[in-house]
Design a protein around this ligand. Structure first.
Ligand SMILES: O=c1ccn([C@@H]2O[C@H](COP(=O)(O)OP(=O)(O)O[C@H]3O[C@H](CO)[C@@H](O)[C@H](O)[C@H]3O)[C@@H](O)[C@H]2O)c(=O)[nH]1
Length: 319
């Protein structure tokens, strides 16, 4: 029996694949390679270059590998960019998820862990977002992730699918030097890309109503996040009860300026970040309560902020 990881050649997916293998659950990877990196998939792991819209091929793969569950990370992941590409975001995150669910139903695969996002909350009023906080997504990306959650829940009712959706907060760091975040739109890769090119990192917005005027986020280490997926997969296989959604956040808010300070300290590079205008669509603050995930998914921060910055910096040199 094995676990299919869609998007398994991506930054987060490749960490999940390694954690599954380490836990003795055999991963099989499907990735369209729209943003995946072939070298992120270990040689011994079966790999298929495939878009999740290709239902028949998915069915074939699920049968061939006796798949018992799916960790579904494939999708369109750029919140800000999705405003310009709503059709793409919905096609990949909603239609793609529907095709995958169809393939699962006809292959009798009944376990699913879904990669969702803090973006489903929009700009919450609460200091600490819980799973009961209202969902008011502000981008096509956030909307499409929320619809993905709904589809999965509905399939639970209609077809007996066992499932959980993990709402990621800001995922950073690296669990291994050869795995890096290649996103052209997020803070960590942009900061390191600038420093590696001898340029100065930028802060988008210094006039927010936060302690130092810059946006506050909840940063979590990708290797810790990957372990929560494995725990969810094991619980589903064991028929243990799980909540429909979990926040994967730390409960700690860190500002962009604090990240810049940590980067300067870890890299030893002295710089004064350039202060730019706000980036459209950025909430001032979003920080999560991860109590439920701690209770059910052995979720905890095994890495400090310094370790997140240090591991991301080391891995960025491989790009
Ligand atoms: O060069 C940069 C890049 C980003 N930022 C700021 O850094 C913060 C974090 O930005 P980013 O790393 O792009 O993350 P978010 O926009 O918070 O979104 C990420 O985290 C969300 C969950 O909170 C996920 O849903 C998204 O997919 C993921 O991109 C924001 O305030 C940005 O304005 C800068 O100041 N300078």
């Amino acid at each position: 029996m094995s676990w299919l990881v869609t998007g398994g050649a991506g930054y987060i997916g490749s960490h999940v694949v390694r954690s599954l293998s380490a836990a003795g659950l055999d991963p099989v990877v499907v990735d369209s390679m729209a943003s995946g990196v072939r070298g992120f998939v270990p040689d011994q792991v079966p790999f298929y270059q495939l878009n999740i819209l290709q239902t028949e091929k998915l069915v074939e793969i699920m049968k061939r590998h006796d798949v018992s569950g799916v960790i579904h990370l494939a999708g369109y992941k750029y919140a800000g960019e999705s405003v310009k590409h709503p059709l793409l975001a919905f096609e990949q995150n909603v239609t793609g998820t529907a095709h995958l669910l169809e393939a699962m139903e006809s292959s009798r695969v009944h376990n699913m862990v879904f990669s969702s996002s803090a973006a489903v909350y929009g700009t919450p009023d609460e200091d600490l977002v819980t799973e009961a906080t209202g969902t008011f997504p502000e981008s096509p990306y956030g909307q499409s992730k929320l619809v993905g959650e709904w589809l999965i829940r509905d399939q639970g009712v209609a077809a007996g699918l066992k499932h959980t959706s993990l709402r990621y907060f800001n995922v950073v760091g690296s669990g291994s030097d050869e795995l890096y975040d290649a996103s052209p739109h997020n803070l960590f890769p942009l900061v390191f890309q600038a420093l590696n090119a001898g340029k100065t990192p930028k802060i988008f917005g210094t006039d927010y109503g936060t302690a130092d005027g810059t946006c506050v986020r909840d940063y979590v280490h990708v290797a810790d996040l990957a372990l929560a997926h494995v725990e969810a997969a094991k619980k589903l296989e064991a028929d243990a009860p799980l909540e429909p959604v979990y926040n994967l956040g730390s409960g700690d808010g860190v500002s962009v300026r604090q990240i810049m300070d940590a980067v300067a300290k870890v890299t030893g590079i002295e710089f004064s970040a350039l202060e730019e205008a706000r980036r459209p669509g950025d909430p001032a603050r979003i920080v999560a309560d991860g109590t439920l995930a701690a209770r059910d998914l052995d979720w905890k921060m095994r890495h400090s902020l310094e370790q997140m910055v240090h591991s991301a910096w080391k891995a960025s040199a491989r790009r």
